[in-house]
Design a protein around this ligand. Structure first.
Ligand code: SPQ
Length: 436
């Protein structure tokens, strides 16, 4: 779970990506399956679960609160739900590793429990902002201490009575939206969240899948506290955020043709497809169908000459985790790509604007960070030694850049690729990336 050992990727230049690939399960949906399955009445069967460190941190945390969870075994997890009031005080602090989703969603779920709980994380998580969740939770009546600066550890004092609130999100964040809605399950009366732009809606969909009514009215999601969840079966689709590395890789590398199977294509997550298409990528989406309330499809992508674009701001929250990979696409495109309205990228596992700019500049690309985005001029890329700063998405993005680099790319600090994409090196290597 930590990035202490310096795992380095060495990626030789050139090559192409080909084949039919199934990337691991969706991280956002995997987290939520454990959380809601644990609080449901009855037994929930999950398949396609992401066996990555982040989702496993959530799984272990619920085990530590007395939930019997079998697996994961080949993506299969069986959760013996304890009901809304069945969690028990854990023996010690819950270690959520690198996972912002775990700590922020669990802050909401645990704020209304009858016991105290402390949540800690690794060096990266311990720097990430938590006031965005502790402030609305305090408005609901929760009693939470954080470190100075509003960062983890979080200490939640049990026994608070929560009241429903109508909360207008100050930023487009699915984690904050989910946190408030999950606290609202324990709140008195109604809780609503209004978002400035659509963000991933897996929490709302999955609550409905567990039989909990969530009303949607424009940009507002609303629920009433005091209900219960009924166990259900969940088929986790492949993660579009993991598929995105292969989409960018196949788009930029000559003679590539990749089909990504059974990918989640929830419209709140497909900004990467729209942005790559605007850049001129050749993408086909087929075999669309719905699995357990989430749309899935196969995505085929072939090499093409990309062109620089001004990225529409409305697409930013719909592609928020795919920007490190999209910056690599921009570096390989003809002309200039301009991103604005993406200041949230600065508070992810790393400052994704600065860290990507630093690496691209080392590779000879003109990349100029701005407070809320970046301007990238497409150009040739030479090899370089770059640093991921323990950020899984940075590491995998630079790995794909090697497909178009003129010499070797060495990427430091790649252990956290396991947080979201266990098996990346093998899968990418089999598809044609010259990675070791
Ligand atoms: O869990 P974590 O560390 O926050 O993961 C990231 C990622 O890149 O894997 C963000 F760094 O994904 C978030 C995403 O950016 C997962 C998420 C969710 O499951 O609700 C929502 C997004 O975060 P936010 O802050 O925009 O709500």
């Amino acid at each position: 779970m930590s990035s202490e050992a310096n795992v380095r990727f060495s990626v030789q230049p050139g090559g192409s990506l080909n084949g039919t690939i199934r990337v691991p399960g969706d991280k956002s949906i995997s987290h939520r399956s454990i959380m809601l399955g644990s609080l449901a009445e009855g037994v929930t069967h999950v398949s396609g679960f992401l066996e990555g460190d982040d989702a496993l941190a959530t799984l272990k945390a619920f085990r530590a609160m007395g939930v019997k969870i079998e697996g994961p075994d080949n993506g299969k997890v069986v959760i013996h739900g304890v009901g809304m009031h069945g969690l028990k005080a854990p023996a010690g602090a819950l270690d959520l590793g690198n996972s912002g989703t775990s700590i922020r969603l669990m802050a909401g779920l645990l704020a209304g429990q009858g016991f105290d709980v402390e949540m800690v994380g690794d060096a990266s998580l311990s720097k990430r902002p938590m006031r965005r969740v502790t402030e609305p939770l305090a408005m609901m009546g929760a009693n939470i201490d954080s470190a100075e600066g509003g960062t983890p550890p979080l200490l939640l004092h049990g026994g608070s009575t929560l009241n429903g609130i109508d909360y207008v999100l100050p930023m487009a964040s699915a984690q904050v939206k989910s946190c408030v809605l999950l606290a609202g399950l324990y709140g008195q009366g109604q809780t609503s969240v209004t978002e400035p732009a659509p963000t991933r809606d897996h929490t709302e969909r999955m609550l409905q899948g567990f039989g909990y009514a969530v009303e949607r009215e424009g940009s507002t999601a609303r629920l009433w506290g005091g209900g219960s969840l009924k166990a259900t079966d969940i088929d986790v689709p492949a993660d579009i955020s993991s598929a995105a590395f292969f989409m960018v890789g196949a788009a930029i590398a000559k003679n590539s043709d990749v089909t990504l199977e059974h990918v989640g294509v929830n419209p709140t997550r497909t900004g990467v497809i729209d942005i790559l298409r605007l850049m001129g990528a050749d993408i086909e989406v087929s075999n669309q169908h719905e699995v357990g309330g989430e749309p899935v499809a196969d995505i085929r992508i072939r090499s093409s000459q990309l062109k620089g674009i001004r990225i529409p701001e409305a697409l930013v929250p719909l592609a928020i985790d795919e920007f490190p990979a999209l910056f690599v696409a921009a570096a390989c495109a003809e002309g200039e790509t301009v991103l604005t309205g993406a200041e949230e990228l600065r508070v992810k596992e790393s400052d994704r604007i600065q860290v990507m700019a630093d690496g691209l500049i080392k590779m000879g690309v003109k990349a100029e960070p701005t407070p809320d985005g970046i301007v990238i001029q497409g150009s040739k890329m030479h090899g370089a030694e770059v640093y991921s700063h323990g950020d899984h998405r940075i590491a995998m993005s630079f790995a794909m850049a090697a497909l178009r680099a003129e010499s070797e790319i060495v990427i430091n600090d790649c252990a956290n690729v396991n947080t979201s994409f266990p098996g990346f090196v093998e899968l990418a290597g089999n598809a044609g990336l010259r990675i070791s």
